[in-house]
Every structure is written in structure tokens, then in C-alpha cells.
Design a protein around this ligand. Structure first.
Ligand SMILES: [Zn+2]
Length: 148
């Protein structure tokens, strides 16, 4: 599939938004440090409390969502992670059992991301569009700065 109308950007952003909503902010930070700053994955696993396998799998998933374009994947992560952490609320809480605060339902932690994807897809899409628009606005401002 081609990157028509920012299709890949949207897919990556949607994936990151979903993680933030479900409560995986630390995984977003770990992935950011791994992909953008090339930090040692062993150190990141210790620091953030996620296994190396999970951090690697998250990076791999992001690359897939970018249509296999590693450079694009890194750029999107670099440019949107902070904004997503800042602007997208966390609706999933708990470590052992997850609670979705939107529907007041307890969910097994292994399924909480799937729960958000399945039942709160519209909200995820709305936040993903908002972040994509912020990205576009920054692009436009950057162009204006370069022209002057
Ligand atoms: Zn829910």
C-alpha cells in the first residue's frame, strides 16, 4: 500500500495513541529512546520495566505500520511521541488487572490494548487525527520559517 494522504503516518500515530490510552506510556518512552536515541535495549528494559522482546516487538510493529520504511518509522516516532504523551489521556489503569475507566470494566492486562482497539476505536481515531493535524501544522510552520 502507498502512503496516500499520510496513510502510514496515521497508522503509526494510531498505534502509539492506542498504547498511551491503554496505559503503556512507559513502553512509548522506551521505544522512543530505542528508536530515536539508539540507547542500549538492555538498559532500557531495566529502566522501564519492559522485556527486551516487548520493546523490540513494538519497534517492529511500528516499522510494519510505516509500510516497512524504517526511516519514516523513526521520524514519526521522533516527532509525535512527546505530543501523544502530553495530549492523549490514559484510560487504562492498573498493572495486574486493567481497568478501562471509559466503561468501568476490569480487563485482563493481556487484553486491555485489544479492548481499547475494539470498543473505543472512534476515540483512538479522533486523537490520532488530532496528533496528525498537529504534525502537519508544524510542517507548515517549518516551511514558513525556511522561506523567510
Ligand atoms: Zn472500555
Amino acid at each position: 500500500m502507498d502512503n496516500i494522504d499520510g496513510h502510514f503516518e496515521f497508522e503509526v500515530i494510531r498505534y502509539l495513541v492506542l498504547k498511551k490510552m491503554a496505559g503503556d506510556e512507559l513502553l512509548l518512552r522506551a521505544t522512543y529512546d530505542y528508536m530515536v536515541h539508539d540507547l542500549n535495549i538492555r538498559d532500557l528494559a531495566d529502566l522501564y520495566g519492559y522485556s527486551r522482546t516487548v520493546i523490540r516487538a513494538t519497534k517492529q510493529r511500528i516499522i510494519e505500520k510505516s509500510g516497512g520504511d524504517r526511516r519514516l518509522a523513526k521520524e514519526i516516532v521522533a516527532r509525535t511521541t512527546r505530543e501523544i504523551i502530553r495530549h492523549v489521556p490514559r484510560y487504562g489503569v492498573g498493572r495486574l488487572y486493567g481497568l478501562c475507566t471509559l466503561c468501568r470494566m476490569y480487563i485482563d492486562n493481556d487484553h486491555i490494548v485489544d479492548h481499547f482497539d475494539k470498543y473505543h476505536s472512534d476515540l483512538i481515531n479522533a486523537y490520532a487525527r488530532m496528533i496528525l493535524e498537529m504534525l502537519r501544522r508544524n510542517d507548515k510552520n517549518a516551511k514558513v520559517v525556511r522561506q523567510t
